[in-house]
Write a protein that binds this ligand. Sequence first.
Ligand SMILES: [Zn+2]
Length: 144
Amino acid sequence: MMKCNTVHNKLIFFLEKELPVSEMKQVQQHLDECSECARFAAEMKNTLQILESDKLTDENPFFYTRVKARLEKQEEKQPAARPVLLRILQPVAFSIILLLGIYGGFKLGEAPKITTADTSLSEQEMVPYWNELDAEPIESFLME
Ligand SMILES: [Zn+2]
């Protein structure tokens, strides 16, 4: 008998009927006996059907609305996704600013007049970018 893991890996091919006949039988047999995998298979089948109906978007706006509502519902289940991304992005942005500062300072000592203008320009450009990131309420980070 197949292991649950093996079944999970083959499931998408099973649902698309792309497995060799012998494996199709083995997966089907497992699903008959394992309620957990059967439920997983049902969910995946559902998802595949959503993807299928997504292809009909242009002809059928009703399907699109349903898919969209469904996707939004799924997003609600993962509220952590955005803060995690920001937590990665914020230090990166900070490093860039830091590097620009070091680079700018370095150039400043090297060639005074023209570079000074360049540096202040790039700093001005960075400010709105930084503010945009900083606009995210800090509490959402601390709450994590
Ligand atoms: Zn199983």
